[in-house]
Design a protein around this ligand. Sequence first.
Ligand code: 13P
Ligand code: SF4
Length: 360
Amino acid sequence: MQGLQHTTSGARLAPPPRLTAAQRLGVLPMPNLAWTPEVERETAHLYEKVKGIIPPVEWPFHAPYVKAINDLKRERNAVILAHNYQTPEIYNCVADVVGDSLQLARLAGKSDADIIIQGGVHFMAETSKLLNPHKTVLIPDSRAGCSLAESITGADVRVLRQRYPGVPVVAYVNTSADVKAEVDICCTSSNAVKVVESLGVDTVIFLPDRFLAANVARQTKVKIIAWHGACEVHERFTAEELQRYRADDPSIEIIAHPECPPEVVEVSDFAGSTAAMIDYVKTRKPRRVLLVTECSMADNVASETQGVEFVRPCNLCPHMKRITLPKILDSLVYLREEVTIDPALAERARRSVQRMIDLK
Ligand code: 13P
Ligand code: SF4
C-alpha cells in the first residue's frame, strides 16, 4: 500500500513523520527592528523607488522590515516571488521577481534558491511547489485564498467530465492543486485563448471563471462550457462606472483585466493580464489611464512610470493584502507557513501546469 514501508520480516511500518522546514533548517533569532541611521542609510536607495507612494513619515515603519528581510533572504538563500497586486513596499523593496501568474509560474520553475517565499495567494504558492517539489515553499499567510480557487473542487471537475464525456478541461491557474490534478491543461489570463485553441477540438470546458470564459469565447471559434466562478475584485466593476469616467474625460485610456465582466471589457480600450496591462502603460505612456483591476497595480506601475496620471477605481483583493512585511519576516525567521502537497496528487497536478508552460 502506498506510503507504507516494509521491514525485512515483511511487517508494515508507518512512514517516518515528515520534518517541518523549521526542524530541517532551524529557526533564526528575530532581527532588531529599530529605525537606526544604519537602516536609513541601507534602505535609502529603496525608498527612492517608493517615495511617490509611501510618505516619509511612514518609511521608518517599513524600512527596518525591508532591511531585515533582505538580510535574511541572503542568509537563507531564499527568493521572494511577488505578484503585481502586492503592496508597493513588497513589490519594490523586497521582491526578487515580480510578475503576472504566468511569469511567476515560469520563474518559479527556474529558481535556484533553496527557499521560495510566495508574495501572493495560496494557489500561486501551490503552483510554485508543484514546479519545485524538492524546495521549501512558504506562504506568509496560508489564509490568503481566492474566490475563484474556492469556487470549485476536484470532485466538481469529475462531475463535469461525466456530464460532458470526452470534452477536454482547461483550468485557470487560479485553482487548487486538487482541481489541477483533474484537468487536461492550465492557462492564465495571458495565454487563455492560445491554450484553448492548442487542444484542436471544437468544444472545451473552461473553469472556474465565467467572465474570463466569456471574454475568451469572444476571441475564438471554440465553444466554451464555463463554470460559474468569479473574482470578487473584478466582478464589481461595471460598464456604467467606466462610461462615467469616459464622459468626464473622453481622452482617458481605459485598460481592464479579463476577469472583469464582458460588458466592462467591451467599453475598455484594452484588456490583458496584469503584466500586459503594465506593458501597455509603459509602452504607450497614456496621458491619463484608468486601471480596471486591483488597487496596488496602479501604485506599482506608477512607481515605475513617469508622466502618466493614474485614475484608480480602487477595488482591493483582501487575500493579496494578507501578505505583509511583518509576515514575510516571520516566514524567513520561523520558516512558516510551509506549502505541502500529497506527492501523488502533485504528480497529476504538475502535468497540467507543465503542459501550459511547455506550450510555445
Ligand atoms: P494575472 O496576474 O495572471 O493577470 O492574474 C490576475 C489575478 O487575479 C491573480 O490573482
Ligand atoms: Fe483571486 Fe481575484 Fe484576488 Fe486575484 S484578485 S487573488 S482572482 S480574488
